[in-house]
Design a protein around this ligand. Structure first.
Ligand code: NAD
Length: 442
């Protein structure tokens, strides 16, 4: 199929490259000429494992191109997928990019006789597709639904594993408002042999928010209970989790084998959820519920617990002012260069506010960080190992595997705050090991 994707960020580019990899002809559209030019040369502006090699393969196979000319791309397409940003504005979803892109597409639909299905892949609050987007498309095109198609296909990829998640999804949710769009999406996903869930567009939107909110809820409730454990002392919350997750309802036993669910990662205490999705999505659904007159007590608590979690690092460190602190990792998780809402970035700024001298390393996100946080108070380093013995306090902000080497080079009595539980509590016996969900004494 000929597919246009509008918005070439983490979701748009990964989707485009993977759809091309399955044999579709994909044109990715972005406003930024620099991104477009680089993509056509096979250079990706974001980091994801295997992304650049798949991009180059798709270009060689003549299945992928990028452009800033939307009309030119749409001219050859049956389906246009919107993967533009939906950031948070004062706790509310900001639909500006969706509205602008919808208007541009509506304008194109006005001029053409071709049937085009418009599919929202961006995360949008329930009813956005069948009210806001539909209205803009109808207004701009002068046509009604049926003369163009409308769908909603939420994306569940996880940054750091984005390519693998897109190629091997747990399921594909196909939201549609007309039969042709359903058929187009069925055809687009025909190379995928996974569960496919067919629903209307607002159900598709709600699936995405429910999914993210439940996961965020697990993180916050575990952080709250882990804080109880560490305040009591002499309890390792990771042992608590082992005891809990052994319940068959969490980890079923099949053919005498216990299945360890990946959900257990959401039980591990830490500095709170971050990234480009959870914080903004939980806020957006909370605000939508409140606007509907509903009491969003649980979602409010999830956000509130999360907001306070990173500052526990600062509370647990002594005499920060003037202290040299090595912060290992800035990305919100390993495998990505995304710094959006990263707890490590939050910790870095809290340290600076307390007048610490912060030395920062990240194996992948450092260039983004240098551009984004061009602050003379931040000292960036490319060789973290050289700094390890020069400081008395080290904070692990991102659990990049290479930081496991810390164990062999850290000097005795260093304070190591492991915000990600990269190590077990007795892994580095001669340091003052601090983490979430554990303290030696009360
Ligand atoms: P992003 O900010 O990385 O990328 C958005 C891109 O859209 C930018 O490159 C921007 O230049 C481009 N753009 C904006 N308006 C445009 C227009 N009118 N024409 C052409 N290009 C335009 O965003 P992202 O992280 O890829 O997220 C996109 C959407 O997917 C969001 O709604 C997000 O919530 C959702 N989502 C993200 C993830 C994730 O892990 N990042 C996962 C699932 C869903």
């Amino acid at each position: 199929m000929n597919i246009t994707i509008v918005g070439t960020g983490y979701v748009g580019l990964v989707s485009g490259v993977c759809l091309a990899n399955k044999g579709h002809k994909v044109t990715c559209v972005d406003l930024r000429e620099d991104i477009v030019n680089n993509l056509n040369k096979g250079i990706a502006h974001i980091y994801e494992k295997d992304l650049e090699s798949l991009l180059n393969q798709a270009i060689t196979d003549k299945c992928f191109k990028a452009t800033s000319n939307l009309d030119e791309a749409l001219n050859q397409s049956n389906i246009v997928i919107l993967a533009v940003g939906t950031p948070s504005e004062n706790g509310e979803i900001d639909l500006t990019q969706i509205k602008i892109a919808s208007a541009q597409i509506g304008h194109y639909i006005k001029k053409t006789n071709q049937f085009l299905s418009v599919v929202i892949k961006s995360t949008v609050i329930p009813t956005t597709t069948d009210t806001v987007v539909k209205k803009i498309l109808e207004q701009e095109s002068g046509k009604t639904l049926g003369e163009f198609g409308l769908g909603m296909n939420p994306e569940f990829l996880k940054e750091g594993d984005a390519i693998a998640d897109f190629i091997n999804p747990d399921r594909v949710v196909i939201g549609y408002e007309d039969e042709l769009t359903k058929q187009y999406l069925e055809k687009m996903y025909s190379p995928w042999d996974c569960d496919k869930i067919y629903v209307n567009t607002r159900t598709a939107e709600m699936i995405k928010y429910t999914n993210n909110t439940l996961l965020a809820c697990l993180i916050s409730i575990n952080n709250e209970l882990a804080n109880v454990a560490s305040t009591l002392g002499n309890i390792d919350y990771n042992n608590v989790i082992k005891g809990v997750i052994s319940d068959k309802r969490w980890s079923p036993i099949i053919d005498n084998n216990r299945i360890t669910p990946s959900i257990s990662a959401y039980f591990t205490p830490g500095a709170g959820f971050g990234g480009s999705c959870f914080p903004k999505d939980i806020q957006a659904i909370r605000t939508q519920g409140e606007k509907l007159g509903l009491n969003m007590a649980v979602t409010n608590a999830v956000l509130d617990i999360n907001k306070k979690q990173a500052s526990r690092v600062i509370d647990m460190l002594d005499n920060i002012e003037g202290k040299k602190i090595l912060l290992l990792g800035l990305a919100f998780k390993p495998g990505t260069d995304d710094l959006r809402e990263s707890s490590a970035v939050n910790i870095m700024f809290q340290l600076l506010l307390k007048k610490a001298c912060v030395i920062v390393h990240d194996p992948i996100a450092i260039d983004h960080a240098k551009k984004q946080f061009n602050n003379s108070l931040i000292q960036y380093t490319d060789s973290w190992k050289e700094e390890v013995t020069k400081v008395d306090t080290i904070i692990i902000g991102t659990n990049w595997p290479e930081y496991l080497e810390l164990k062999d080079i850290v000097k005795d009595n260093t304070t190591v705050f492991d915000t990600k539980r990269l190590f077990s509590i007795n892994d580095i016996p001669n340091v003052n090991y601090l983490t979430f969900g554990y303290s030696k004494t009360n």
